[in-house]
Design a protein around this ligand. Structure first.
Ligand code: OGA
Ligand code: MN
Length: 289
């Protein structure tokens, strides 16, 4: 029987991240243990449990302790071939993979690196949490990188904090992985939403920068030039090494992150090596400055 006193929290880096020991996620966890995990999560933003052996049901049962599970988002028809994959059978699960069967992708996000982003940041209610389990891993690369957006916000100059105060930005998803969105076309059919450039985290009440290189495309209420200048500065700032932690996956790792306090990315891995990750989420709500 697990007891909250068995839960050990070991920080993984300066920026964010902690490993949690003493918990078997297959088991039914007491409210006390869940509360201890939640506290560590608020403090460290991304948690890793090593050596887990989890079925899809185990993963969903554990994730549901932190709120209503999110549904996998369906890409609009014209973008559908860039998303999805043919093994996507459960509406609460997204398989992230480069594996193909008869030339057809089985999962989402394929090969290569992926720029920093917020999961479903392009929607009215970005997911609150994301949970990722490593099922098959390449021998090298394919790290998941996390950047602490509390630290990034706190470290902005007073001038920049003033420039972005009260501003909203367009978040838009064309199902690209390492390429800017094309705003010269009609975006009405491309999923998008406007969010404050800095948000107040609903749980911790801390200010977090809410901008990412992949999907944040335009700050409202300023010229194109000024928007581009500010966004370039904010992308580079948020991705600074002092705010980031790179997770090098080992088989059996279960990683969960706070999708409102972090942005995350993926590093390159050899395309001929298989990578399969199982993702689920907890639903979010509109975010506010
Ligand atoms: C995701 C994601 C990165 C990775 O599942 O949302 O960004 O390393 N994954 O697979
Ligand atoms: Mn993601």
């Amino acid at each position: 029987m697990f007891d909250a006193t068995d839960v050990e929290v070991i920080p993984l880096g300066e920026a964010c991240g902690a490993e949690i020991r003493g918990v078997d996620l297959k088991k039914d966890l007491s409210d006390e243990v869940v509360a201890k995990i939640q506290q560590a999560w608020n403090d460290h933003l991304v948690l890793c449990f090593r050596g887990q052996d989890l079925t899809q049901e185990d993963q969903l049962r554990f994730a549901a302790r932190f709120g209503p599970l999110g549904a996998r988002k369906q890409a609009p028809e014209p973008l559908r071939d860039k998303a999805e994959g043919v093994w996507q059978l459960d509406p609460k699960i997204l398989l992230v993979s480069n594996i193909k069967v008869d030339g057809i992708p089985v999962g989402a996000f394929g090969d290569g690196d992926m720029w920093f982003h917020i999961d479903s940041g392009y929607s009215e209610k970005p997911y609150k949490y994301t949970f990722l389990y490593g099922v098959e891993l390449p021998a090298e690369g394919g790290d998941t990188l996390f950047a602490n957006m509390y630290k990034a916000y706190d470290a902005l100059s007073d001038d920049m904090k003033k420039r972005i105060a009260g501003k909203k930005a367009l978040h838009i998803h064309e199902y690209k992985r390492a390429e800017k969105v094309d705003l010269s076309t009609d975006i009405s059919k491309v999923p998008h939403w406007f969010h404050p450039v800095a948000i107040t985290h609903p749980l911790t009440k801390r200010k977090a920068l809410f901008v990412d290189r992949l999907m944040t495309a335009r700050i409202e209420g300023v010229s194109n030039e000024e928007s581009d200048e500010i966004l370039r500065e904010l992308y580079d700032h948020g991705e600074k090494p002092e705010f980031t932690y790179a997770h090098k996956w080992r088989l059996g790792d279960f990683v969960m992150w706070d999708n409102l306090a972090l942005i995350h990315a993926r590093s390159w891995f050899p395309p001929e090596q298989r990578r399969l990750m199982r993702r689920c989420t907890v639903d979010g709500a509109p975010v506010f400055e």
